[in-house]
Write a protein that binds this ligand. Structure first.
Ligand code: SAM
Ligand code: SF4
Length: 340
């Protein structure tokens, strides 16, 4: 009998092993958050998108190369037609190579999908919520209604999903509300991660105007709460630093790509909804996997070789900087394309 060596893990030039895939399944969204999209967005033609079958094939190729966690994102993943089928098919790999399947969502449709997602093996969901005040929520998302999101959060918790909130700190919008939002989330047993706005894509808004460094938000939080820093978990490979709030028992994560560089432990890559792999959120290095997959329908060897090529080009670190008022974005692509 012929023995095949197990496929080698995805290792880059700096010895980092990629075990985490963030996969965008659509660039579309039902909201237009001011820091993420322009008011008038032109979306990709549907024929450019990977089909659900291609998204699955690609994910399985990553699992075979040692990816243990997949996060489905977008755009808004729950606006992609048939998305539950993708979750179901990927959920079948849980415990067989895949440790975790999860998603990031704005939760506007979660009321409808929470139970189905839980049934596919999803245990946790990251929900993006920048305000719990209806008018502020509508101003930031340009067209959303807070109510649908709150119902989505309730449905997720009722379905047994562990919910974490992601909140982008915006100087002239939600910055002052964040301590209240933290108290509100913790009262529901929900941890919250605060994120600095990143210079990705034209949105019709000035980043300099939106940007507020998280250390300032933390100072503000410490006027009301006692924050105990939790040890940095290198094994998580993530960019968050966590603190526990003594008064609530809940946790706050801080993601500060602009004031902190977290690249040394990076274990992730991102794939867009068109099948382009980006090795770093903050750099432009990328490899197109879609044409490679389409050119070799029954054979994943070329795809595997492309993954090695991509990993060989993973940059050492990002170099985000928001320089001055009116500066153009560091990278022209929107977060909704690469997935947050
Ligand atoms: N639509 C889903 C959602 O909002 O959760 C998933 C995609 S969204 C692009 C993923 C995350 O990226 C969200 O938490 C969003 O707040 C964040 N995001 C989008 N643009 C950003 C930017 N320019 N800077 C920082 N975070 C951003
Ligand atoms: Fe849509 Fe998420 Fe971007 Fe908001 S952050 S516009 S919800 S993709």
């Amino acid at each position: 009998m012929k023995h095949h060596a197990p496929p080698a893990p995805l290792t880059d030039r700096f010895g980092r092993i990629v075990t985490y895939l963030r996969l965008s399944v659509t660039d579309r969204c039902d909201l237009r958050c001011t820091y993420c999209m322009a008011e008038k967005m032109s979306f990709l033609p549907r024929s450019d998108l990977l089909t659900l079958e291609e998204l699955e094939r690609l994910s399985v190729a990553f699992i075979k190369r040692g990816v243990r966690k997949i996060r489905i994102t977008g755009g808004e993943p729950l606006v992609r037609k048939g998305i539950v089928a993708l979750f179901r098919n990927l959920g079948a790999h849980l415990g067989k190579g895949l440790d975790e399947l999860t998603l990031t969502t704005n939760a506007t449709q979660l009321e409808r999908y929470a139970a189905d997602l839980a049934a596919t093996g999803v245990h946790r969901v990251n929900i993006s919520l920048d305000s719990h005040i209806p008018e502020m929520f509508e101003a930031i998302t340009r067209r959303g209604s807070l109510d649908s999101v709150l119902r989505g959060i309730d449905a997720a918790q009722a379905a047994g999903l562990k919910v974490k909130l992601n909140t982008v700190a915006l100087k002239h919008a939600n910055a002052g509300e964040i301590p209240d939002l933290v108290a509100w989330a913790h009262a529901r047993g929900i941890d919250i991660t605060l994120i600095e706005v990143m210079p990705l894509g034209e949105t019709g808004e000035d980043r300099f105007d939106q940007y507020i460094p998280l250390p300032m938000i933390r100072d503000h939080l410490e006027k009301r709460f006692t924050l105990d820093d939790l040890p940095v978990r290198d094994d998580l490979g993530g960019p968050s630093r966590y603190a526990q709030v003594r008064e609530t028992g809940g946790r706050i994560g801080f993601i500060s790509p602009l004031t902190n560089n977290f690249c040394a432990g990076c274990n992730r890559v991102r794939v867009t909804c068109t099948g382009t792999i980006y090795m770093c959120l903050g750099q432009d290095d990328h490899v197109d996997l879609r044409e490679i997959m389409r050119a070799s329908p029954g054979d994943d060897a070329p795809l595997d070789a492309a993954l090695d090529r991509a990993l060989g080009a993973k940059p050492e670190r990002h170099d985000f900087v928001i320089r001055e008022p009116g500066a153009s974005p560091a990278l022209p692509r929107h977060m909704s394309l690469t997935g947050g």
